[in-house]
Design a protein around this ligand. Structure first.
Ligand code: MG
Ligand code: MG
Length: 266
């Protein structure tokens, strides 16, 4: 069941999502060769709680048992999504790390993700990041009243496949509100003019997960970490948006992150 949001609810979603953007910016300040993903998790959790929110990922139940042990997901290189931060995972020069962050504040969820470069990253991989971020914004351009969900997925898929990248099918974006995952599902692939009609007040997280090589993924033994089957790099960028009568209202923000990254931003 899809819950359309009122203007007041959209403002609460915006506040929660802005905190996600600011949390990711705190991490942007410290992502360098030598930092562990466990340290990123510690900094994120402290920042989220200091700002009166709760990290939604912590304790998030796994359908196959157990729950997510950390406040953010950190997926390095060939890891696509849902990587578990650890004091044992030290980021090295040339790595990429996708950080996905969720907050719960005043009854509403924030959800946004950004893939960061660690030190000097190859042009091949930087291009994957650039195209994935472009695909996110192209998807958002299609998230307008009167279009359909398939228009978003189609636009993302076209852009990525035109650049010879793979579009992950097994994981998708989602409705968002009082719960992090609401209806509808928002695939990063699809057919134009198909699927749920987009209406004013629909709030969704759009999150292309794009691979340098083949699109197929495997689940690791920890029950969470999703990696590419061919071990080539993957990128993940995510915004939470609200459908309005005009251009979509982007409720999360990369502005704080990119202020920190300066001319190193993708
Ligand atoms: Mg997310
Ligand atoms: Mg999400």
């Amino acid at each position: 069941m899809i819950f359309l949001k009122t203007e007041d609810e959209i403002e609460l979603l915006r506040a929660s999502n802005l905190l996600v953007g600011k949390t990711l910016a705190e991490l942007a300040k410290i992502i360098k060769p030598g930092v562990t993903t466990g340290e990123l998790d510690r900094v994120a959790e402290e920042y989220i709680r200091d700002n009166g929110a709760v990290p939604t990922f912590k304790g998030f139940p796994n359908p196959y048992g157990g729950s997510f042990p950390a406040s953010i997901c950190t997926s390095v290189n060939e890891q696509v999504v849902h990587g578990i931060p650890s004091a044992d995972v030290v980021l090295k020069d040339g790595d990429i790390v996708s950080v996905d962050c969720g907050t719960y504040m005043d009854g509403f969820c924030g959800d946004s993700a950004y893939t960061f470069c660690v030190g000097e990253v190859s042009d091949e991989v930087r291009n994957l990041l650039r195209v994935t971020k472009e695909a996110l914004y192209i998807g958002i351009e299609n998230a307008v009243q009167g279009k359909r969900l398939g228009d978003i997925g189609y636009a993302i898929q076209q852009h990525c496949e035109a650049n010879s990248y793979g579009v992950v099918r097994e994981f998708v974006g989602h409705g968002i509100g009082k719960k992090m995952h609401e209806d509808p599902q928002v695939p990063n692939y699809g057919k134009r003019g198909t699927g749920t009609m987009l209406k004013k007040g629909l709030c969704i997280a759009i999150e292309p997960m794009i691979t340098l090589g083949d699109r197929h993924v495997v689940m690791s033994r920890d029950g969470w970490t999703v990696s590419t089957k061919d071990r080539k790099c993957a990128a993940h960028f995510e915004h939470t948006i609200a459908v309005t009568s005009g251009k979509a209202d982007i409720l999360s923000s990369f502005e704080f992150i990119e202020e920190v990254l300066g001319n190193q931003a993708i």
